[in-house]
Write a protein that binds this ligand. Structure first.
Ligand code: 13P
Length: 282
């Protein structure tokens, strides 16, 4: 099915839900995410982080993504997540990714704007969607490591950033973190609403794993159109695999292990689709 992310996010905004974006690590969790979205009739984003793209290779990732998007019976978008490299964004675009994230939030505003503009100049003529980031997503993990206090997006900077870059969507630092939370996440909903009132661009919530349902719903009500979920996917994958293997004799066949693991990943994905209120929206 041909899908357009800008259109998907606009529909989510109008419909009061968010498009869920799930990080995959390989073909098996990729397929589990796709099947769950189809069974829930949900639009979906399949995200690969740079480590995964590096390990599998951009050509192979791009080809798998393109095949899946073409075959999907729901709107599905293959997305490059958290690339701090302009060059990797361009490589992904050359390999049929319809959506990339350039995360230059570690740099000062001018440089962030400059890098986003460079990716957009390459992406726009090819119709590719570009997500960027302002403020910082906290936490430890494969997406980065940031613990300092000045993580909050500044509303005036968001206005300038959107005006100067024309970014298609914007991830904002409002207190969420990658990885598991030590306690309840403290999300600055006021800042979220302020930014949403000030800019017209779809807003993205990172660090989905561990955010309570009511907080995700509140974030969506206050302007979030896309919710990223990663850690709980790869942890469910690896922990279920450990459990499955423990119950089996020596030399099990791959699919004997993988199939029950995929069923568990699908349940987690379906749960998050419902938290995003995206079920039945395809
Ligand atoms: P979690 O790993 O905390 O779910 O966050 C995922 C994410 O934001 C990917 O960009």
């Amino acid at each position: 099915m041909k899908a357009n992310l800008r259109e998907m996010l606009r529909k989510a905004d109008d419909g009061g839900y968010a498009v869920p974006a799930f990080n995959y690590s390989d073909i098996w969790d990729f397929l589990a995410i796709m099947e769950a979205a189809e069974e829930e009739r949900s639009p979906v984003i399949l995200s690969s982080n740079p480590l995964v793209v590096e390990a599998i290779g951009p050509e192979m990732c791009g080809a798998i993504g393109a095949a899946a998007m073409g075959k999907a019976s729901v709107p599905a978008i293959h997305h490059l997540d958290h690339s701090s490299s302009v060059s990797l964004c361009k490589t992904a675009i050359d390999n049929a990714y319809p959506s990339v994230m350039i995360d230059a939030s570690a740099h000062e505003l001018e440089k962030n704007i400059g890098m986003v503009k460079e990716v957009i100049a390459y992406a726009r003529p090819k119709g590719v969607h570009v997500e960027s980031e302002l403020g910082r997503i906290k936490g430890r993990g494969i997406e980065g490591d940031y613990k300092d206090g000045d993580f909050l997006v500044v509303t005036e900077e968001a206005v300038r950033f959107v005006r100067e870059t024309g970014t298609d969507s914007l991830a904002i630092g409002i207190g969420t973190a990658h990885g598991f939370y030590a306690g309840k996440p403290e999300i600055d909903f006021r800042r979220l609403k302020e930014v949403n009132d000030a800019v017209d661009t779809p807003l993205v919530l990172h660090g989905g794993t561990g955010i309570p349902r009511e907080d995700v719903e509140r974030a969506i009500r206050n302007g979030i159109n896309k919710v990223n979920v990663g850690t709980i996917i790869h942890c469910t994958y690896m922990n279920s695999m450990r459990e499955e293997l423990a119950g089996l004799a020596e030399n099990p066949y791959t699919l004997q292990v993988v199939k029950p693991v995929l069923a568990k990943i699908k349940e987690v994905v379906k749960g998050w689709i419902r938290v995003c209120m995206a079920n039945g929206k395809a």
